[in-house]
Design a protein. Sequence first.
Length: 217
Amino acid sequence: MRADTPEEKYINDVFGLHDPELLAVKRELEAHQVDFMSISGHEARLLQFLIRSFHVQKIVEVGTLYGYSAIAMAKALPAEGKLITLEKSPANFEIARKCIRDSSVSHKIEALCGEAEEILHGIEAKGPFDMVFIDANKGGYVSYLNWAEKNVRRGGLIVGDNTFLFGALWGQTRDRDIGPNQIKIMSEFNTRLSDTTRYNSVLIPTVEGLTVAQKLY
Ligand SMILES: C[S@@+](CC[C@H](N)C(=O)[O-])C[C@H]1O[C@@H](n2cnc3c(N)ncnc32)[C@H](O)[C@@H]1O
């Protein structure tokens, strides 16, 4: 379960997203007790801030769940903007499809069901992309980064959520079953994106850690 610190509660109250369409998705997440897997309102607002500030038009998201982050990001895209979101679980995908269909930004979102690594190869021709948001299986982060490095344009963004790996990067596990391979993969993900010769980047200390890197090459 993700921690809901007093700081996060305050930020969500004041700088969250109180959009009725997004609140409807939150209710669906809560009804299935998977709310903790989705980004919070203020994190969604942070992604919207990045999309608007960097004039992002084409996004790939890895990890849809029920579509909360996809819908929030699509709302910040310009009218001609597009977002492709990838989800492995057919059960999650079906609920996401319904949530996206019920939103006012469904025309901007293409939701695809399957193993992300396989789908990513098939969508390369639609690139280059302005932003990749990685929020799926932690063991896949380096391979998603390899793909993003090839398919995000110069000046575009590579963003990864949960990049503290639930505290495992500094020896805490927070009751999660995190193996050494996942620690190695997330360490490599953050270390590569911290390279100032290739990226203009930060690791934002959200509760879960959000790595944001602008590609300089
Ligand atoms: C943390 S949730 C995504 C939350 C979503 N971005 C949000 O904030 O609303 C991670 C999702 O990634 C999906 N997933 C896990 N491994 C995957 C893979 N290999 N390919 C595609 N999706 C995957 C899971 O089924 C889950 O729905």
